[in-house]
Design a protein around this ligand. Structure first.
Ligand code: SER
Length: 319
């Protein structure tokens, strides 16, 4: 088996995916890369780590020549809220970065995983049970780059037979690395604040529905899709995948089952509220279920209890 390259390995998804891939395929098989050095010792020293800026094709070529890469998980990206404050940076990293990686995948014959997002939908998209194939007119720069990414990945498969695959992730909830700059980040922050201060001020309205997924399910989705029999894939890129959907109020009710005096209040950030309002309430993920057997394990109840347990342990160790 050839090696696996992970870009954005220090980010929210990358940090946990790198560890999961090392456990599954062996430490030397997984080359973690980022423009930041990992603070976490296990991530830094648990296998090969290289400095790689996806905007510099020379960096990518260098890594490709040192290692025998067969699969790339391209996770280096700018999220939705940061994107609105720095649209030029979001476009450059999300589009040019992906293009450089696609070119490397073509030249070195690698499979490529690219994560799209609920952000690839917009106000004209049906909000409930959002279909796999539907209207996509996002009005955030993040969404524009994700639609462009879905299309260019499809194009590289059709035109050059690069084995591109991908999903549209909902908000991802995890406790290893912080998300940073997304619209769905509240669903992570709320847990830390609930444990530390028993209160949280949410930047979205109480009744804002969004699709969400716990990280262990997201890791399985990526690995299962990349290991799936390619002949069964009709869509290849941008599969809708989801696990649960809830509002901030509903999440607070669930947390209160564990921390009865937890209080939530609301100070709405108009930028992130508008973004959230343009995204689905919940997606239809039947294509992913039919074509490669997608099935989530964690619902709201299981995720909440696991997150609270893990964060409590983490805080106890840090103290
Ligand atoms: N979690 C991402 C964000 O909020 C959506 O893909 O930007």
């Amino acid at each position: 088996m050839k090696q696996i390259l992970v870009t954005g390995a220090v980010g929210q998804i990358g940090a946990e995916l790198t560890t999961a891939l090392r456990q599954r395929y062996g430490c030397e098989k997984v080359v973690a890369t980022d423009i930041r050095m990992p603070v976490d010792k296990d991530l830094r020293d648990g296998g090969p780590f290289e400095f790689l800026d996806v905007l510099d094709p020379n960096h990518i070529t260098r890594v490709m020549q040192i290692y025998q890469i067969g699969t790339i998980y391209h996770l280096a990206a700018v999220l939705s809220a940061i994107g609105e404050s720095r649209p030029n940076v979001a476009w450059t990293i999300n589009v040019n970065g992906l293009y450089n990686i696609l070119e490397a995948a073509r030249q070195y014959q690698c499979s490529l995983f690219f994560p799209s997002s609920i952000g690839a939908f917009g106000k004209l998209t049906p909000k409930d049970n959002t279909p796999q194939d539907t209207i996509q007119r996002p009005d955030t720069i993040y969404g524009v780059t994700k639609v462009a990414g879905e299309l260019i990945c499809d194009y590289y498969y059709k035109r050059f037979k690069v084995d591109t695959r991908g999903v549209r992730f909902p908000g991802l909830i995890s406790c290893v690395a912080e998300p940073g700059g997304g619209t769905t980040d509240y669903a992570v922050e709320i847990f830390y604040e609930a444990i530390k201060h028993k209160k949280y001020t949410c930047y979205l309205k109480a009744d804002t529905y969004l699709d969400m997924m716990y990280m262990p399910d997201a890791l399985r989705a990526m690995v299962n899709l990349m290991e799936a029999d390619g002949t069964r894939l009709l869509h290849r890129n941008a599969f809708n995948v989801t696990a649960m959907h809830f509002t901030p109020q509903q999440l607070a009710v669930e947390i209160r089952k564990h921390i009865p005096d937890f209080k939530i209040s609301y100070e709405v950030d108009p930028v992130r509220q508008e973004i959230a309002d343009s995204w689905p309430n919940y997606m239809d993920d039947s294509a992913a279920r039919a074509e490669w057997g997608w099935k989530p394990e964690y619902d709201l109840e299981m995720m909440t209890s696991d997150m609270l347990g893990k964060i409590r342990q983490k805080i106890a160790v840090d103290d």
